[in-house]
Design a protein around this ligand. Structure first.
Ligand code: NAP
Length: 371
């Protein structure tokens, strides 16, 4: 990699996803935080003073001392950043992400503002790294170097990682039931009164997002568009009183039957482009298989993944069993790491290695991969 790190901004840095970005990027071998933004409520304060830190430990020192900028493309242009990581609410993200792309920046977004744009990939790089080519086309068509790459809804990221290893067996139907953590609703998302000792069997638009995003991610790149994967999908999503970690119960109907042992082997041996390229935030294995009859559990498994900087990047799968024509399993995903900031950083690492983000060393000279 280069001697000079690539300057990046985190937009919406005070929120739950923004905080994950700040932590993951604090000691990143390739990227350096040069700007943090939030709403008018926080702009002008230092990050340390404005943030209501939810991750334990200390706010990384360099970030704590930075002044928060307003979320404005004009202000960000003055900071010399090349990459923007967006953790903004969708309504705010829509315009600013486009402005930053038009200004030539690489934008990696967690918001759902542009996920279904035809030329924006929803990238989970172990699953569909080839879709990054849509971003290259996006930049070329606009005559610049800027592009937007989205990552998926937090639940969809766990879902597609658990499904991808079964693609060779022909995925016909997926029935998904989710048990989703409170942090999925953001820092001020749910009143304690509504969720303490309770389950809420409704999350606005979640079931629809899960269906269309997972079909797009598992879809086929055909020219300059994605043909969505054609499997039948049926989702039910609930909010549960868990801090971090979305648990999914899946019933998967395949065209070719698979026994539980072979399913375990397909999941445990699954690897993708981030592992081949040894990207800094790639977990050694993106899917971990547990054999205990009561795992995965959010309180025990949510931070799965190694090495240290890939903690929370592995999806844990367990309770693999056959029931009639369905293969049943549970999958657990860390919603603000693998489901948000961690995958965004992994996407940016892939974009650097594939030459979409110009930098001093050039893609061919990227030697240093681990911190
Ligand atoms: N939480 C998850 O598990 C998860 C997973 C995947 C994707 N996402 C998506 O990621 C995004 C962030 O989610 P989150 O959970 O981190 O939300 P959050 O905790 O509510 O944080 C929102 C962030 O956006 C800032 N913000 C709010 N209104 C703004 C405005 N008008 N202008 C500029 N900045 C503004 C907030 O700044 P202040 O502190 O100054 O208000 C804060 O930094 C959302 O689009 C969400 O859908 C979330």
């Amino acid at each position: 990699m280069t001697n000079t790190k690539i300057k990046v901004a985190v937009l919406g840095a005070t929120g739950l996803v923004g905080q994950r970005f700040v932590r993951i990027l604090a000691d990143h071998p390739w990227f350096e935080i040069a700007a943090l933004t939030a709403s008018a409520r926080s702009a002008g304060k230092t990050y340390g003073a404005a943030v209501s830190w939810a991750l334990g430990g200390d706010v990384p020192r360099a970030a704590a001392e930075m002044d928060i900028l307003p979320t404005s493309a004009k202000r960000l242009a003055e900071t010399g950043i090349q990459v923007a990581f967006s953790a903004l609410p969708a309504a705010t993200a829509h315009g600013i992400e486009e402005e930053l792309r038009d200004a030539g920046l690489a934008v990696f977004s967690n918001a759902n503002a542009h996920r279904m744009d035809a030329d924006v990939p929803i990238l989970i790089p172990e699953v569909n790294d080839g879709h990054l080519e849509l971003a290259r086309g996006q930049a070329k068509r606009r005559g610049g170097s800027g592009f937007i790459v989205a990552n998926s809804n937090c639940t969809a990221s766990g879902l597609v990682l658990a499904l991808k290893p079964f693609e060779p067996f022909g995925i016909r139907t997926v029935i998904a039931t989710s048990y989703q953590a409170i942090s999925g609703a953001g820092r001020r998302g749910l009143a304690a009164f509504d969720i303490a000792a309770n389950v809420v069997p409704y999350i606005g638009n979640e079931e629809e997002k899960l269906a269309r995003e997972s079909r797009k991610i598992l879809g086929r790149l055909a020219g300059e568009a994605i043909e969505p994967a054609p499997f039948e999908f049926n989702a039910s999503c609930a909010r549960v009183p868990v801090r971090d970690g979305h648990l999914l119960s899946l019933a998967i109907e395949l065209e070719r039957d698979i026994e539980p042992d072979a399913a375990r082997e397909a999941l445990a041996s699954f690897r993708g482009a981030p592992q081949e390229l040894r990207l800094p935030t790639a977990p050694e294995a993106p899917v971990l298989v547990r054999r205990e009859e009561d795992r995965p559990q959010p309180s025990l498994d949510v931070e799965a993944g190694s090495p240290e900087r890939a903690k929370g990047m592995a999806v844990t799968v367990g309770r693999i069993r056959r029931s009639g024509r369905f293969l049943n399993l549970f999958a657990l995903v860390h919603n603000t790491i693998r489901g948000a900031a961690g995958t965004s950083v992994l996407n940016a690492e892939l974009a650097v290695r594939r030459g979409l983000i110009p930098h001093e060393g050039g893609p061919g000279r990227t030697k240093e991969t681990r911190p």
